[in-house]
Design a protein around this ligand. Sequence first.
Ligand SMILES: [Zn+2]
Length: 362
Amino acid sequence: MGWSLPIFRVAGIQLRIHVTFLLLIAWLAFGYYSEGGSAAALGRVIFILLLFVCVVLHEFGHAFAAKGFGINTPDITLLPIGGVARLERMPEEPLQELVIAMAGPAVNVVIALALALTIDWHAVMEPRVVESPNLGLQLLAMNVWLLLFNLLPAFPMDGGRVLRALLAIRMPYARATQIAANVGQGFAFLFGFAGLLIPNPFLIFIALFVYIGASQEAALAQMKDVSRRFPVSSAMVREFRSLPEDATLEEAVDALLATSQHDFPVMGDNGNVAGVLTRHDLIAALRRGDPHIRVGEVMRRDVPTVTTGTRFEDAFRIMQECHCPAVPVLDSMKRLVGLLTPENVTELMMVQSAMPRRRPAA
Ligand SMILES: [Zn+2]
C-alpha cells in the first residue's frame, strides 16, 4: 500500500503505518490540546497509543489464524479505520475465511474481558472520581466499539468477510463478493451522509476508506473469477513482431521504434521460440556499444511459454513468478501464435466489467 511507513517486524510480519493514521493522531492531539492544554493532550496521546496496541493485536489475531491454514501475512498496515492484514493469498475455503475474519474481533473480546476483570468497578462507580476518567474503562469502551464496528457486515470490515464467507457457501464466490461489496458501499454512503449532517470529518473519512476498500475487494474477486473462466487465447496479442536470433541490435531498435511493442519473441533456426528480447535488455546492450552483438546474445532464455488453452489464472501466476514482461503463447503444434502481457490482463478486465455477460471466445 502506498503512503505507508515501516515501523517494525514481528514474527516475519512487517508492521506499517499509513500517513493518514499519523494525521489522525495529530488531529486528535491538537483538538485536545486546544481544549485542555498539554496535560490533556499527553493523556489523550497515551490513550491513542494503547488503542493502537489493541488494533495491532487484533490484526495479529487475523495473521495467526491465517498462519494456521498455511497462509503467511507479509505486512499489516494501520489505517485510521483500523488495520489491514495483507494475506499472501486468500483462503480458498469459505469456512477458512470465516475463521480468519472472526479471529481479529475475538482478540478484542479477550482484551475487553481482561479489562472488565481488572477494573475496580467500585472506584469507577463512585461519583467523586468522575473528574479523572478511568483509562481502563475508556479502553474497554473502545474495544467494544472496535468489535462492533468491525462486525458491521460491510467490506472491508471483518463483518463483510464473514458475510461473504456465509454467502459463498451457497453461491459463487464472485457473486458473494459483489453482494458484500454493495452492502459495504451502502454503509459508506450512510457514514458519509451522517458525517455531513452531524457534521463530523472523521465519519466522512471512514466513509471514504470503506467505499474504496469495498470497490477494491469487488475488483479483486472479479479478476479472480475472470482469470479462472477465460483461456489465454481470449486475450493474447495476436499481431506482433518477432526477431530472428541472428538479428543485429540495429534491427531490434528498428522494430522497437516502428511498433508499440516493448518485448520481442526471438525465433531460433529451427523455427521455435528461443527466448524474449526485452526493451530493458536491448537498451542495456546498446549502452555497451558493440555493433556486432546479436539479439541471441542479449535475449532472456529462461522465459517460460504457455499454450492457448492455459487458463488465465495459471498464465498470470507464471508471468508473475518469472518476472517476465511478456510470455510467448504456443498452439498445440508448438508454433508461436501470441504474446501475453500485463496490459492484456488489464484490458480483459476492462472489457469484462463493461460487458459482464460476455463469454470466452471459442
Ligand atoms: Zn479485522
